[in-house]
Design a protein around this ligand. Structure first.
Ligand SMILES: Cc1ncc(COP(=O)(O)O)c(C=O)c1O
Length: 337
């Protein structure tokens, strides 16, 4: 194993000892097996290459305070992957394949789980792809399910720093009746151009309004939108074109536990200038506070120096549970023995 500088890890691909793979053929999944290679071979007419039959997920394993390694809410990712699979007609994954593969991938790469205290974690990437050949558009009858893992660093070294976001009127992430609610590869290819454009303009993340009316907030490019109102309510969009975030679902529960009222409802764009705090939430960072949102010549400012107090409290609570510093009262963690 190469020597890893845990305090210097980012969010980048790094080879680990192995990945796990299972294959669907003749209507059956094979048992997940460890693979030492980092490559796959497939037919040149595989449906994932031509017609985008590719679903993926992102979840994490943590080295907890007691030294044990635990995975955060893997059954939620399994359900969401199967929702994506259904929508783009891939073979669905039974629990014994999905959970076993995720568990096996972490277990076989235990040395790559960053030590407790470094703020790092192991990012787990399940991938489901159509591998059978097709020239006419249609679903494959063969699939590969791959689980690869990557050690990732603490996104925030020290303080949680707010970032700037931009709304680009000329680009949409998801069509009104399209695929925004599922996690398929094509959605992210479709968002790359706006993403790169925004970065060149100095904005690390793009905020999308609903594509049809442009009157409501949808979500950020790879994270859900959370607003904290001036009277301390947690509000988050209810929209058919956003990805149901597992982090958002968890934070909503924690907010309720703290007595913070939670509203999941359409959020009018004109409302957001009045929010006290705005955050982007997702597995990679938990919560990224938003310092300002720019739309044309208008700029909506929040706290540009630090994370707002309610989002910070929620961030600390969720990361505290993930690292085993706070009791796991909702049974969100699965130990890898
Ligand atoms: C479009 C989009 N929204 C939201 C999220 C956050 O979801 P989660 O909290 O499950 O990581 C992600 C990341 O998976 C995403 O890609």
């Amino acid at each position: 194993m190469p020597k890893i500088n845990w305090s210097n890890l980012g969010f980048e691909y790094l080879p680990t000892a192995c990945h796990v793979r299972s294959t669907f053929k003749n209507g059956k999944w094979s048992r997940p097996a460890l693979m030492r290679t980092q490559n796959i071979t497939m037919n040149i007419a595989a449906t994932c290459l031509h017609y985008g039959q590719a679903c993926f997920e992102g979840l994490k394993a943590f080295r907890c305070k007691d030294g044990k390694v635990r995975i955060f809410r893997p059954h939620e990712n399994m359900r969401r992957m199967n929702d994506t699979a259904k929508y783009i007609h891939c073979a669905e994954l039974p629990e014994e394949v999905f959970i076993e593969a995720v568990r096996k991938a972490v277990k076989a790469n235990m040395d790559y789980v960053p030590p407790y205290g470094t703020g790092g974690s192991m990012y787990i990437r399940p991938l489901l792809i159509g591998t059978g050949p097709k020239i006419g558009v249609g679903p494959s009858d063969q699939y590969d399910f791959i689980v690869l893992v990557v050690p990732v660093g603490a996104y925030y070294k020290g303080n949680i720093k707010p970032v700037d976001s931009i709304i680009l009127d000329d680009y949409d992430r998801a069509a009104p009746q399209g695929t925004g609610h599922v996690k398929m590869g094509g959605n992210y290819a479709a968002g790359l151009h706006a993403n790169i454009l925004a970065k060149k303009m100095g904005f690390p993340i793009v905020l999308y309004l609903d594509s049809k009316s442009k009157q409501y907030v949808d979500e950020f490019g790879t994270s859900n939108f959370i607003g904290i109102t001036k009277d301390s309510k947690y509000v988050t969009p209810d929209s058919k074109t956003i990805l149901p975030s597992i982090t958002n679902k968890s934070l909503m529960q924690l907010a309720k536990d703290m007595g913070i009222p939670v509203e999941r409802r359409p959020i009018a764009f004109k409302e957001i200038a009045n929010f006290a705090e705005v955050g982007a939430c997702g597995t990679a960072v938990v919560i990224t506070p938003i310092g300002r949102i720019v739309h044309g010549s208008r700029s909506m400012e929040y706290d540009r120096k630090k994370c707002g107090p309610i989002l910070k409290k929620l961030y600390d609570e969720l990361t505290g549970i993930q690292y085993g510093e706070i009791p796991d009262r909702h049974n969100w963690l699965m130990e890898v023995k």
